[in-house]
Design a protein around this ligand. Structure first.
Ligand SMILES: Cc1cc2nc3c(=O)[nH]c(=O)nc-3n(C[C@H](O)[C@H](O)[C@H](O)COP(=O)(O)OP(=O)(O)OC[C@H]3O[C@@H](n4cnc5c(N)ncnc54)[C@H](O)[C@@H]3O)c2cc1C
Length: 429
């Protein structure tokens, strides 16, 4: 069985940040930065050359959130900081022994979002600090505003360049799905055994390791719509691009941001859209009103307040059957209706695949929601290290760790807590 000190499951922004840090790209602080708290300032100064070596429990005891120690330094202002003003720098140190197993390549779920998907926040909020996105734009001749939304094509290329630039690719195995994570038996000199399967050949492998970084992301277990006829040939289980649905009438089932995106793009491409969601109108309208700073929610405002006749919204409703030939039965508050469509697009979201951890009993979860209808169960972790409170040596990364926001800017700094803890425990720093 192949052994590595650390196995990272998942190649999204969560896994990549930890990988880069374990690969030896260690943060250091340089120049003037003033933390709001004098106590934090003192620690930052004392450890400016090696902040990873500092046990952040010391901040926790003083009532400060350890993840902020790095996050404030990376994003000290709302707008992007010119690179020359950064006080968070990196030095290359010795690499730790890590291996990443991931289904998609670098960039995680961004590899599979709709073809024209934009981010919901500025480009620099999606950045992993070791390789600034501004530097990527510059090096690849992209003339872009760091404070503007980013297109998924740029973002996937950025995460790929991140892996390339920092020399991570030799240790990233893509096209491989982790199928189980379990405690190693007594006969194995390691803490965990990780099972995996090569998605193209079906060949299975087993790895042993001492630490697992759990970064399979928020959609690693896609929700299924258990409805009669879900396998009809006019149904797509994820939205891609309006050209992939050439017929006139498209049914969208969902209610989250991905379904909103699909319904709007189809509508604006001239389709007649029937948008079915379980939630009530007031919840959807609140989201639209609260998100007017985003262009695609401004557009939603226009669509709803205009004289549009091609967007039929069915709130508080459920599809009850997909029949052959595009006939769909929907239960609405007014009773059952049948519609005839050319295509149906299902966008009902997903959850982190905690089934991978079924060998461990009684995991403790924290239910997290944000204003944009992202919601999921996060694993409860030590807030100074992001180590699971239930599974010693297992670190949820991305936003499956409690205490992170549901966005890259919200969780990225967790990679320093995780890598720092692993490096300190394994005696590397
Ligand atoms: C449509 C959409 C728009 C979004 N917009 C934004 C935004 O604007 N800003 C923002 O900050 N966030 C946004 N998000 C949230 C998004 O989740 C984060 O941007 C980010 O991708 C999360 O990173 P992650 O590493 O936790 O997970 P992911 O990006 O999901 O990466 C995890 C990866 O792990 C791999 N994987 C899954 N299961 C396994 C397995 N069993 N074995 C091996 N590998 C596996 C897959 O390759 C997966 O892609 C958006 C999400 C969606 C769906």
């Amino acid at each position: 069985m192949e052994h590595h000190s650390v196995i990272i499951a998942g190649g999204g922004p969560g896994g990549l940040g930890v990988a880069a840090t374990l690969d030896g790209w260690h943060p250091r602080f340089e120049g003037d930065y003033k933390y709001p708290s004098e106590e934090v300032q003192k620690f930052a100064r004392a450890y400016e050359h090696k902040p990873l070596s500092f046990d952040l429990h010391e901040l926790l005891v003083l009532g400060h959130r350890p993840i902020e120690f790095f996050r404030m330094r990376h994003h000290p202002t709302q707008d992007a900081l010119p690179f020359e003003d950064w006080t968070l720098k990196f030095s290359k140190k010795e690499r730790a022994d890590w291996l990443m197993l991931t289904t998609d390549g670098p960039g995680g779920l961004w590899n599979n979002v709709p073809k024209e998907q934009m981010t919901l926040g500025p480009a620099h909020w999606m950045e992993l600090a070791h390789y600034p996105i501004g530097k990527f734009y510059e090096q690849t001749g992209r003339d872009r505003d760091l404070n503007a939304l980013a297109h998924r094509d740029d973002l996937v290329s950025y995460y790929q360049a991140f892996a390339e630039e920092l020399g991570l690719n030799d240790h990233i195995t893509s096209g491989v799905k982790v199928t189980n994570i379990a405690p190693a038996g007594e006969d194995i000199d390691a803490r965990f055994v990780v099972d995996s399967v090569d998605q193209s050949t079906g060949v299975t492998s087993q790895y042993s390791c001492d630490y697992v970084v759990f970064g399979v992301g928020p959609r690693s277990a896609i929700r299924k719509l258990s409805v009669h006829g879900i396998d009809q040939d006019y149904i797509a289980l994820a939205y891609t691009h309006h050209e992939d649905y050439p017929g006139d009438r498209v049914l969208v089932v969902g209610g989250g941001r991905s379904a909103d995106w699909a319904a709007q793009e189809l509508h604006d491409a001239g389709r007649i859209v029937i948008y079915v969601m379980r939630q009530q109108a007031d919840a959807h309208l609140k989201l639209i009103n609260d998100s007017q700073f985003l262009p695609y929610y401004q557009r939603w405002g226009e669509i709803l307040s205009g004289d549009q006749e091609r967007m039929g919204l069915l709130y508080g409703s459920n599809v009850t059957a997909f029949e052959p030939g595009g006939l769909v039965t929907i239960a609405t508050p007014e009773g059952s209706v049948q519609v005839q469509v050319d295509h149906a697009v299902i966008e009902v979201g997903g959850d982190p695949d905690y089934e991978l951890l079924k060998s461990f009993n009684d995991l403790t979860f924290h239910t997290k929601r944000d204003n944009f209808r992202f919601q999921l169960n996060q694993l409860v972790v030590d807030q100074a290290t992001f180590e699971s409170v239930d599974i010693q040596g297992l670190y949820p990364t991305g936003y499956s760790a409690q205490g992170t926001g549901l966005s890259v800017i919200g969780f990225h700094a967790g990679c320093f807590l995780i890598a720092g803890d692993i490096l300190r425990k394994s005696g590397a720093i």
